[in-house]
Write a protein that binds this ligand. Structure first.
Ligand SMILES: Cc1ncc(C[n+]2csc(CCOP(=O)(O)OP(=O)(O)O)c2C)c(N)n1
Ligand SMILES: [Mg+2]
Length: 444
């Protein structure tokens, strides 16, 4: 059962840990007698050998990939059957399924809308809906979340309204990021999800730092960090993993390994055993799971979160998937991968089809229900879409606000200059699309 730990217990445990560490540090500096070997402080568990052998990691067995439901939707874990897990009531499973389907419908509509020039950019989640929704289902409301950009399901499942996501995509006057971010850079203060940041991997050290803060404050919550396997090539990944490990930070790292970093396939990104082997390298407990199996993702995240909070240390989950879509609307992936490769994946397996098979086996679902549900969800997405599209763009004054408490001289000058240009050439600037039009900038 889940062990609850009070803030005071965490704090006292931390001070004991610090005291023990200090004591240990002194002992390891001392010789422990002539008859005993000295232990090198840099590898205290290493044994001496008289054989000169280079360690070759390519001889290691690759880390297993955990799944509890197979391609046909049948349970295969002798120790765990989702049908017996009280968490997966019929109602709950249908909610998980609907969230995944909603994201996939959102993807289709927004991808096409971008192609029609109605928004500037979009990134689809196809093939990775199970990772986002399944992991989000295992999190607590006080957990602090950091996403990359292909985790729309996390936002939706955590309760961020579709309207709010759509407002962000349209960068309209109701957008919580005030129209200052690219589309798909969602955020939600209310749901403890930090804004998505375009420069890759910046969220990883942030998440490690937030976890350290949670530890110091003795909070019963974890920091949760999503990133792609490509982002794991950044220096930020390595510094974050090392600080999280050495400071024992309660953070769950969730890597989505979808086989590509834009056009670079994983075969060209690394030679090791995926990203999981790096967790091992940093002394972080690690599991690799099948990202198409929402139950496996949920279960791994639930257990990882428990370890992070109860044992106050980081955990890595490498979720395996395949990026079915182009990287973004700015990419044409058929320039670097075969269409047949993508078609094969689409046909063989995906998280939505897998859960649907399981639900059908359970008698929870059938084709008619599925068709009706999809029609309903499509209507909901389209309703949000047309509401967001009708709203105006944010007021122009927001170009200058929210950075300094008081506008510095150089920005005041730029603002005056902009006002002058807008007033001189009104025919070239259709200000009616912005909230309060020209008035939205204020006086010169
Ligand atoms: C610092 C930085 N370098 C490069 C980019 C350009 N870029 C955006 S996404 C991406 C690939 C990331 O791949 P991965 O982390 O595997 O995520 P995926 O797109 O596969 O979900 C790159 C190189 C960037 N945004 N930031
Ligand atoms: Mg990737």
């Amino acid at each position: 059962m889940y062990r609850r730990i009070a803030a005071a217990t965490v704090r006292s445990r931390l001070s004991v840990l610090t005291a023990k560490k200090t004591a240990k540090r002194f002992i390891s500096q001392k010789a422990s007698g002539v008859e005993k070997e000295l232990v090198f402080p840099g590898a205290v568990r290493s044994q001496f050998t008289n054989l000169l052998r280079f360690y070759d990691p390519t001889n290691d067995k690759s880390m297993d990939t955990y799944r509890c439901v197979d391609l046909s939707g049948s349970p295969i874990d002798p120790e765990y059957n989702p049908a017996d897990d009280p968490f997966f009531s019929q109602e709950k499973v249908i909610k998980l399924y609907k969230d995944m389907v909603t994201i996939s419908i959102l993807d289709t509509i927004m991808y096409d809308a971008q192609r029609q020039g109605r928004l500037s950019f979009y990134m689809v989640n196809a093939g990775e809906e199970g990772i986002a929704v399944g992991s989000a289902a295992a999190l607590g409301k006080d957990d602090i979340l950091y996403c990359q950009y292909r985790e729309a399901g996390v936002f939706l499942h955590r309760g961020v309204p579709l309207d709010e996501m759509m407002n962000q995509l349209y960068a309209n006057e109701a957008d919580t990021s005030a129209g200052r971010q690219m589309p798909v850079h969602y955020q939600s203060i209310q749901h403890n999800i930090h804004p998505i940041s375009s420069p890759l991997a910046t969220q990883i050290p942030h998440a490690a730092g937030a976890a350290y803060a949670l530890k110091i404050a003795g909070k019963e919550a974890a920091s949760i960090c999503y990133f792609g396997e490509g982002a794991a090539s950044e220096g930020d990944f390595h510094s974050a993993f090392n600080i999280a490990s050495t400071r024992s930070c309660p953070v769950v790292f969730i890597c989505r390994n979808n086989g590509y970093a834009i056009s670079t396939p994983t075969l060209e990104q690394y030679r090791g055993d995926g990203i999981a082997s790096r967790g091992k390298g940093y002394g972080i407990e690690t599991i690799r799971v099948d990202g198409n199996d929402i139950f496996a993702v949920y279960r791994a995240t639930r257990d990882a979160r428990k370890i992070a909070i109860e044992e106050q240390r980081p955990v890595l989950i490498e979720t395996m998937s395949y990026r079915v879509s182009h990287h973004s609307t700015s990419d044409d992936s058929f320039a670097y991968r075969a269409k047949t490769e993508v078609e094969d994946w689409k046909r063989r397996d995906n998280p939505i089809a897998r859960l649907r098979k399981w639900m059908t086996n359970q008698g929870y679902w059938n084709d008619a229900l599925d068709a009706d549900t999809r029609v309903e969800l499509r209507k909901e997405v389209l309703k949000s879409f047309s509401k967001a599209e009708k709203l105006k763009k944010p007021a122009i004054s927001l170009l200058f606000e929210d950075v300094y408490a008081e506008l510095p001289l150089n920005l005041k000058e730029q603002r005056e200059e902009l006002a002058e240009i807008l007033d001189t050439y009104p025919e070239n600037y259709p200000l009616s699309v912005f909230k309060n039009g020209r008035e939205g900038l204020g006086d010169k």
